[in-house]
Design a protein around this ligand. Structure first.
Ligand SMILES: *Cc1c(COP(=O)(O)O)cnc(C)c1O
Length: 388
């Protein structure tokens, strides 16, 4: 079992920083940095092709590790350079025509909503938000009433970018599948902080990013696609398909059809190291540490007069959202940064439906990972108190 000192030693920056931005771009542990640096150096020594050939086993192990984390077969996983890339690779491959319906979450992420709107222009399909309860979670009864056989795709955001709400997954999947709709789970903010078992959840596809709670390098993302689906990506290259003749090509049999040939090999290896690091620590113990640190953060903020915590009650993930009466969120972020406390601001346009529903234009986002100490949280609470 790991200790706080262990994980802090692996992220040396947390000696000087109170780092509360793992929902934005976390601190990668030392082994991740070493993997990336070593590979970049090797590329300089022997060239990128030979350097990659030396690591073929490790490269295929990246997908095996992801498969262990989300309980998926290796060949159901495609790697990419971001969650948005992975999400849209799947989304644009779902056939749509006039009259079809796309349902999105009330806590939908901006990029997903923009893609959905673009496809309504291209196909004549419509996009509709699924009503939520007062907490922001999907209203399952309202969802059930919306469903008919014209619903082709449900975009389910597991955890939003702007707070700790966790959407139910299995009940949404069960209802959607009754009418034959696919469910694409945006697990960008849950991968690395909540258990994800694609087979237990029953989702048709799942997308996530490397740099957030998984603590991988920037420019990495992943997509899981249920092997029983036979969707053709909207774009293919000679990795996702094979050129057979002047008139013919074959699409790859597995999820690699959603990948292009070229990639940042160092970053991809780094993502594998990040996931192995999490698997070695024990995902459940990391998830529990994140949940309890976030709960402490919320409790401390709630005790400070003039501070509003914007997360609802109930089961919450590690994203704490708040504001200080009379202070701009960006001003709070910048003042905290001067004291070496890293938080970010989530703006209306990232989660427009949710922010408008609650009359918010921005929130300060504090997202502590397992390496955040009680002393860090004390310092954070004191600094917030001094700012109000
Ligand atoms: C960050 C985020 C994304 C996009 O991830 P990228 O890797 O930046 O493309 C998608 N959905 C949610 C909920 C996010 O928070």
């Amino acid at each position: 079992m790991w200790t706080l000192d262990d994980v802090r030693a692996d992220a040396p920056a947390c000696q000087n920083l109170v780092f509360l931005d793992s929902a934005g771009s976390s601190l990668p542990p030392n082994p991740v940095v070493e993997t990336v640096m070593r590979h970049v150096r090797r590329e300089a020594e022997v060239g990128g092709y030979r350097a990659a050939n030396e690591r073929l086993d490790d490269l295929s192990a990246v997908k095996t590790s992801i498969g262990r984390l989300i309980n998926a077969p290796t060949d159901s996983i495609a790697l990419s350079d971001s969650a948005s890339r992975s999400w849209s690779d799947f989304f644009y491959s779902v056939p749509l025509q006039t009259g079809d319906r796309i349902l999105i979450s009330h806590i939908e992420y901006g990029s997903n909503a923009i893609a959905a709107l673009q496809r309504t222009e291209q196909t004549g399909a419509t996009v509709e938000p699924i009503p939520c309860d007062p907490s922001g979670r999907i209203d399952l009864e309202a969802f059930e009433r919306m469903l008919d056989e014209r619903v082709k795709l449900v975009s389910l955001v597991h955890v939003p970018t702007n707070g700790g709400v966790v959407n139910p997954v299995r009940p949404v999947v069960d209802l959607a599948h009754r009418v034959g709709a696919l469910v694409l789970l945006d697990a960008c903010q849950s991968a690395g902080q909540l258990p994800l078992d694609v087979s237990a959840m029953g989702v048709d596809a799942l997308s996530a990013t490397g740099r957030k709670w998984l603590r991988g390098p920037r420019g990495t993302g992943l997509l899981y696609v249920d092997p029983r689906l036979d969707l053709t990506p909207s774009r293919l290259d000679l990795h996702g398909a094979t050129w057979q003749s002047i008139a013919d090509f074959d699409v790859a049999p597995d999820a690699s059809r959603f990948e292009f040939w070229e990639c940042n090999v160092a970053a991809r290896l780094g993502l594998g190291t990040a996931i192995d690091y999490l698997l070695d620590l024990g995902p459940d113990s990391v998830f529990a540490a994140i949940a309890s640190t976030a709960a402490t953060t919320r409790a401390q903020l709630r005790d400070i007069p003039g501070v509003s915590v914007h997360d609802p009650d109930g089961e919450l993930a590690g994203i704490v959202s708040f504001s200080i009466g009379g202070r701009e969120c960006t001003e709070v972020r910048d003042a905290l940064a001067e004291q070496n406390i890293v938080v970010t601001v989530s703006h209306r346009s990232s989660t427009l439906l949710d922010m408008d529903r609650r009359g918010l234009s921005s929130v300060v986002r504090a997202s502590p990972h397992c390496f955040v100490s009680p002393a860090d949280l004390e310092k954070f609470a004191e600094s917030v108190e001094a700012l109000r």
